[in-house]
Design a binder for this molecule. Structure first.
Ligand SMILES: Nc1nc2c(ncn2[C@@H]2O[C@H](COP(=O)(O)OP(=O)(O)OP(=O)(O)O)[C@@H](O)[C@H]2O)c(=O)[nH]1
Ligand SMILES: [Mg+2]
Length: 378
């Protein structure tokens, strides 16, 4: 359990974990390890609680906070006596009563990780503080999934802090923990056998949140560092398309073609060219499991045309009612369009086919919808 100034939560947490664990026959050698970076009296409270707890409680108090929350989790895993490490927050947002369900699922022996998910069927995220955080979370979960569409395909909640993992399955030295999202860091490094169980993300029991804009920036850095490759290639191809677009308009108008006709031809030609390039270079690893090439092309083509049609009136609206200059409005809409385009291609165009009665398009739309409507933890 990573803790940072959680003094008012420690006693209740240890009590509830002990009750939950004692019900489990499978767990005889359980221990709680607090990896604590607190600046308040949390370490004293932990020592006090440890003296009377039925479950062994160990405290690692760090003076150098390497890697923040993620670094603390890794340090706890290294220190653990057991190979099975369960990670959870110290503020009771992760209900200890769910521990038996995680342990039982893990005990089946067919997975390396059991993820407690707020977004799998039956899970909830009511504990998220306010609307802004819900929105930030929704967007970041969708972007994250789109950046790692293969690795995170079957994981609804890659940013949860509540999971049970086999330490020997992880290359601890290969991890570069940055900030809050340690599970994400672990999951994208290797292919694991993962199971999810739903849980209800509770309200913080007491104390203060450490989530902040700074954590958000950390998260974005982490995401970029983990997978800049795919998205940057996508961006380069998009940039080449823009240059080609301009050149085609120039060449055609030189030839005497009407500029509107030239613009339409140039736009369609670059949309097709872009599709061929991303097929070949960006999403080549996902083609095998996705729908057929014509279906992919139809989705990509429809999306890009719709984007072009929708973006222009939005620019006009921004210029006229928002008093934003045309150049700035164009730039903003292009950046937003780029991100949306990337998300759409990862989650929809190249989504793996699903077995069963639903069509691939419908199943993918449902998956996207599910992602988009659900908050994530940030
Ligand atoms: N060791 C350590 N623990 C940390 C650090 N930052 C946060 N934590 C702990 O990590 C867990 C998650 O942090 P929270 O502040 O609850 O983050 P959150 O759940 O996204 O935010 P809230 O919804 O407001 O609770 C808590 O147990 C914190 O005490 C850190 O730098 N070091
Ligand atoms: Mg919390």
């Amino acid at each position: 359990m990573p803790t940072y100034n959680e003094a008012p939560n420690v006693a209740e947490l240890v009590r509830r974990v002990a009750v939950a664990v004692e019900r489990l026959d499978a767990v005889r050698d359980a221990e709680i390890i607090f990896v604590d970076d607190s600046t308040d009296d949390t370490p004293d409270v932990i020592r006090e609680v440890a003296a009377t707890s039925s479950l062994p409680v160990r405290l690692i108090h760090r003076t150098v906070h390497t890697g923040g929350l993620g670094g603390a989790v890794i340090e706890g895993m290294r220190a653990a006596a057991s190979d099975s490490c369960l990670v959870m927050d110290g503020d009771l947002q992760h209900p200890p009563e769910e521990i038996p369900a995680l342990v039982e699922r893990f005990g089946a022996g067919d997975v390396d990780v059991v993820v407690a998910s707020r977004y799998a069927g039956g899970g909830t995220a009511h504990g998220l503080a306010d609307r802004t955080r819900v929105l930030v979370s929704k967007v970041s979960t969708a972007i994250t999934k789109s950046m790692f569409p293969v690795r995170l395909r079957d994981i609804t909640d890659p940013m949860t802090g509540f999971f049970l993992i086999s330490r020997s399955a992880i290359d601890l030295d290969g991890l570069r923990p940055r900030g809050f999202k340690i599970l994400l860091e672990i999951l994208v490094r290797r292919a694991y056998r993962v199971a999810e169980i739903p849980f209800h993300f509770a309200d913080r029991h007491a104390g203060e949140s450490k989530a902040s804009v700074r954590q958000g920036v950390h998260f974005l850095t982490q995401l970029t560092a983990l997978r800049f490759g795919k998205m940057s290639l996508f961006a380069v191809i998009g940039g080449l398309g823009a240059v080609a677009n301009i050149l085609i308009v120039w060449a055609l108008t030189q030839w005497g073609v009407d500029y509107i006709v030239a613009a339409i031809i140039a736009a369609e030609a670059t949309i097709i060219g872009n599709f061929l390039l991303i097929e070949r270079f960006v999403f080549s690893d996902m083609r095998g499991q996705a729908s057929g090439v014509w279906s992919r092309f139809a989705k990509s083509f429809a999306f890009n045309n719709a984007e072009a049609v929708i973006r222009i009136p939005i620019v006009a609206l921004m210029v006229e009612s928002g008093h934003i200059s045309a150049v700035v409005a164009t730039a903003i809409t292009l950046v937003v369009a780029f991100v949306v385009r990337f998300v759409f291609h990862s989650l929809v165009v190249y989504a793996p086919r699903k077995a069963g009665p639903t069509t691939p398009v419908r199943a993918t739309m449902e998956k996207l919808d599910e992602q988009a409507m659900q908050p994530g933890e940030l």
